[in-house]
Design a binder for this molecule. Structure first.
Ligand SMILES: Nc1nc(=O)c2c([nH]1)NC[C@@H]1CN(c3ccc(C(=O)N[C@@H](CCC(=O)O)C(=O)O)cc3)CN21
Ligand SMILES: O=c1ccn([C@H]2C[C@H](O)[C@@H](COP(=O)(O)O)O2)c(=O)[nH]1
Length: 277
């Protein structure tokens, strides 16, 4: 995971101090790209132990089209709790935009179903995109995330905003545009999540996995994560683990938690950090 450590080092050395919405303060850069060849192993950070369980459940929850944290809570995942209403609602966040984007005439667009169909039938297409950025449901920034979710708006505007697939040489690559990135807490989740999604889409489309390309807008280290970042940079990365998917699954919506098996994950101890709300 040299790519991830290079990003951290780059932001520590070149980041500009910025105030931010959460009042925490960040060291930030604008515009950066990382590339992971998925044939080289599964890109799960090894310089701190990462909770792949939470990452898998979060991705399955997006793919179900859900926006209520009940499924996550039932599976012991609490990463979205701080932004949810008492009833567990987050408003029309990722799941809603991916699976049921509302069109102007009341039509419902399933972007994931359409994407899979398009990859299978027109693999040369340059239009294999999914957008979570829907200006009609962005939150009212004068209100709290919970108040926005109560009002039917997104609790938070999507951070992983747009992704595009590309097929070349029988290999499927995916590029994500992430408008805002919490390098210490969010990014290890985001890399693993999109790498996994690419493996899943490749399998159901009978393609080999290619690259995951991670493009950033504002990539930042929160001021209360700097020591944790330096601690991570002092550690030597282990070889990447492997990821096996149940080869029987041929439908993107049929994957369940037990269809994933992480192989030979060796990691340094977990490092705690407070999440900026
Ligand atoms: N400031 C901030 N950073 C984020 O990464 C983030 C948000 N807000 N808001 C929405 C989602 C929620 N995500 C989160 C939230 C918390 C953790 C977190 O606390 N991770 C810990 C514990 C992991 C676990 O419980 O499984 C970690 O050490 O990785 C990670 C991603 C990513 N997003
Ligand atoms: O998947 C995610 C979701 C969120 N984040 C981070 C990026 C920012 O630190 C916050 C969101 O705050 P904004 O003011 O809306 O940018 O959450 C992430 O890294 N990954």
């Amino acid at each position: 995971m040299k790519q991830y450590l290079d990003l951290m080092q780059h932001v520590l050395e070149n980041g500009v101090e910025k105030t931010d919405r959460t009042g925490t303060g960040t060291r930030s850069i604008f515009g950066y790209q990382m590339r992971f060849d998925l044939a080289e192993g599964f890109p799960l950070v090894t310089t701190k132990k990462c909770h792949l369980r939470s990452i898998i459940h979060e991705l399955l929850w997006f793919l179900k089209g859900e926006t209520n944290v009940t499924y996550l809570r039932e599976n012991g995942v609490s990463i979205w709790d701080e932004w949810a209403t008492e009833a567990g609602e987050l408003g029309p966040v990722y799941g809603a935009q991916w699976r049921s984007w509302r069109g102007p005439n009341g039509e419902v667009v399933d972007q994931i179903k359409d994407l899979i169909q398009a990859i299978k039938t027109t693999p040369d297409s340059r239009r294999l995109l999914v957008s979570a950025w829907n200006p009609a449901v962005l939150p009212d920034t004068s209100k709290s995330p919970r108040a926005n979710a109560e009002a039917g708006k997104q609790a938070l505007p999507p951070c992983h905003t747009l992704f595009q697939f590309n097929v070349a040489d029988g290999k499927l690559s995916c590029q994500l545009y992430q408008r805002s990135a919490d390098i210490f807490l969010g990014v290890p989740f985001n890399i693993a999540s999109y790498a996994l999604l690419t493996l899943m889409v490749a399998q159901v489309c009978n393609l080999k996995p290619g690259d995951f390309i991670h493009t950033f807008g504002d990539a930042h280290l929160y001021s209360n994560h700097l020591e944790q970042a330096k601690e991570q940079l002092s550690r030597k990365p282990y070889p990447l683990p492997g990821m096996l998917l149940n080869p029987e699954v041929k439908d993107i919506f049929s994957f369940t938690f037990d269809d994933f098996s992480l192989q030979d994950y060796q990691a340094h101890p977990h490092i705690k950090a407070p999440v900026a709300i």
